[in-house]
Design a protein around this ligand. Structure first.
Ligand SMILES: [Zn+2]
Length: 408
């Protein structure tokens, strides 16, 4: 992609009410544009990152047999009344139409996914089974803040599993879903802590995946020995670690990037989702739900990986692999190299703009592509280009004929 024609403008300023690092760097870097509090447009650069995060999530959900569906955002009020959440869920966006009808904008999809399964699940032979989607969700937050960390409109992956017994749910939750989550966060370059949180009215605990960041909205306590964490909401002084029995904890600020719940029969009872056992008796399906905030992840990654100059994207989610920068007098060679890289399938952003080296480098630092490649008359004298990793200070000179090898 040539930067001269890219839908991208970096900026020195940022919306006055945004003080969080992710909002500042993502807006300045031209990844997102704020439309109103808690609502963002994703510009091409930001959209590429979001898509990469979601691809990794999708791959890992497919790998555990999740089947992708796509459910509506606009949902019938009656379904929410059936579960009691039309009244009880304080962040539910309630929409009144001109024709006098009322709808919910989905913050989560139990009210859709549960009745949806009635047409599919009838026998014990149909279980277990799991579906997921990657969707835009809504929460009517009183105060939307912290950039992509807490939005009124945001992206999320939600998976729902259906089981014949609580034991089968337990097994899936511990041995399939939780390890898949750990894989997702590891691939994204994040150290996500498995964190016990309130299980609500139907389970002892739910679990969150929390990433330690300075501006995290949650307080967690991390076991000094085994790194199991507890959310402050359930933490008691002197508590024993459920995993290793130790009682020494470290307090930390963190941001939740995923959560998993055993719903048991809470929603399946409300919608009368049943199946027939081998002996012919009717039983209620048992369910679990598993969420990952994909747009929030983008914010958390930026909070975690940055310096005073800008973002430092982990390679797995970087918008491009290479930032090719042509300095004055080297445009022709740079163009050739650009075409060459594209032919080899390298994702490259090519800064072909008529700007000073300083301006190009500042933008490049801000945008944070992992590898920078500079072509100048000086490097061309040596038949070379300069390569620099975003994480490193120093350049190294590499012969043009060997560049592809090094990049790969
Ligand atoms: Zn422990």
């Amino acid at each position: 992609m040539k930067q001269s024609h890219y839908f991208l403008k970096t900026s020195k300023t940022v919306s006055a009410d945004d003080v969080s690092i992710n909002a500042k760097l993502l807006e300045q870097g031209g990844f997102v544009q704020k439309v109103m509090a808690g609502v963002y447009s994703y510009l091409p650069l930001g959209n590429r990152v979001l898509k990469k995060i979601e691809s990794i999530v999708r791959e890992e959900m497919d790998a555990i047999g999740g089947q992708e569906v796509f459910m509506p955002t606009l949902q019938p009020k009656e379904n929410w009344q059936k579960t009691g959440r039309w009244e009880s869920l304080d962040v539910l966006f309630q929409v009144k139409s001109r024709h006098g009808n009322e709808y919910a904008l989905g913050p989560t999809h139990e009210e859709i996914v549960t009745p949806m399964a009635q047409a599919i699940i009838s026998s014990y032979k149909d279980l277990p089974i799991a579906v997921y989607q990657i969707q835009t969700k809504f929460r009517d937050e009183a105060r939307a803040k912290s950039g992509l960390l807490r939005g009124r409109e945001f992206r999320m992956k939600d998976l729902y599993s259906y089981h014949a017994t609580p034991d089968d749910l337990e097994n899936y939750y511990n041995n399939i879903a939780a390890p898949a989550y750990a894989k997702v966060f590891k691939r994204l370059g994040l150290d996500a802590l498995y964190t016990e949180a309130s299980g609500g009215s139907f389970a002892k605990f739910s679990h969150e995946f929390q990433v330690e960041i300075e501006n995290g909205e949650d307080t967690i306590y991390i076991c000094e020995k085994c790194k199991l964490a507890k959310n402050k909401e359930i933490f008691e002084d002197g508590a024993e670690c459920t995993n290793c029995g130790k009682t020494t904890w470290r307090e930390a600020k963190a941001s939740e990037v995923g959560n998993i719940f055993k719903l048991q029969d809470k929603y399946s009872s409300a919608f009368n989702l049943q199946f027939t056992e081998a002996d012919g008796s009717k039983k209620t399906v048992v369910m679990g739900c598993y969420g990952i905030g994909t747009s929030r992840l983008m914010g958390v990654i930026v909070e975690k990986f940055n310096d005073e100059k800008g973002i430092i994207w982990p390679a797995a989610v970087a918008p491009f692999a290479v930032h090719l920068i042509a300095l004055k007098g080297a445009e022709e060679q740079a163009e050739k190299l650009y075409v060459n890289l594209l032919e080899q399938g390298v994702e490259v952003l090519y800064d072909d703009r008529d700007l000073s080296a300083g301006a190009k480098f500042a933008d490049s630092d801000l945008i944070g592509i992992p590898l920078r490649m500079i072509v100048s008359p000086k490097t061309l004298e040596k038949n070379s280009v300069e390569l620099k990793k975003r994480t490193e200070k120093d350049f190294k000179l590499v012969e043009i004929s060997k560049v592809l090898e090094v990049v790969k």
